[in-house]
Design a protein. Structure first.
Length: 135
């Protein structure tokens, strides 16, 4: 088998509109059309040749069952299931997050391989890593 690229990640979310707002306004992703035969709540987003597919929960509380959350020390170290995005400038990213009222739950800190990383959480508690290669 030869994997050609990472294409997307799917996240079960409690409120599609709230998550859509986070991923578009905070992370700068763009919403793209979903297949017309999808008859369940959700949204597709893209940025830099990668997609996030939001799947709206159909049974209330299901998203919380799937992702019950993490302890503060796990968040601070990124010790949980997460998606990671490389950014151009970590300081600028932190300023943008502050302006958006998004809490930085971990970092910034060196990863140990030439990367500075930090962590935030989306509205459903999914961990998002933002990182930059040190020069």
């Amino acid at each position: 088998m030869n994997i050609r690229k990472a294409d997307h990640v799917s996240l079960l979310v409690a409120n599609t509109e709230r998550s859509l707002q986070f991923y578009t306004q905070v992370l700068g992703m763009q919403e793209i059309p979903r297949p017309k035969n999808f008859d369940f709540p959700g949204a597709w987003l893209t940025k830099a040749n990668f997609q996030i597919h939001l799947i709206g929960e159909e049974v209330e509380g299901r998203a919380k069952q799937v992702n019950p959350g993490y302890h503060a020390d796990e968040l601070a170290r990124g010790r949980g299931t997460h998606v990671a995005f490389e950014v151009d400038d970590l300081e600028a990213a932190m300023q943008h997050l502050r302006e958006q009222g998004v809490e930085i739950v971990g970092g910034p800190r060196p990863r140990g391989d030439g990367v500075q990383q930090m962590y935030i959480c989306d509205p459903d508690g999914y961990i998002v890593e933002l990182f930059v290669w040190e020069s």
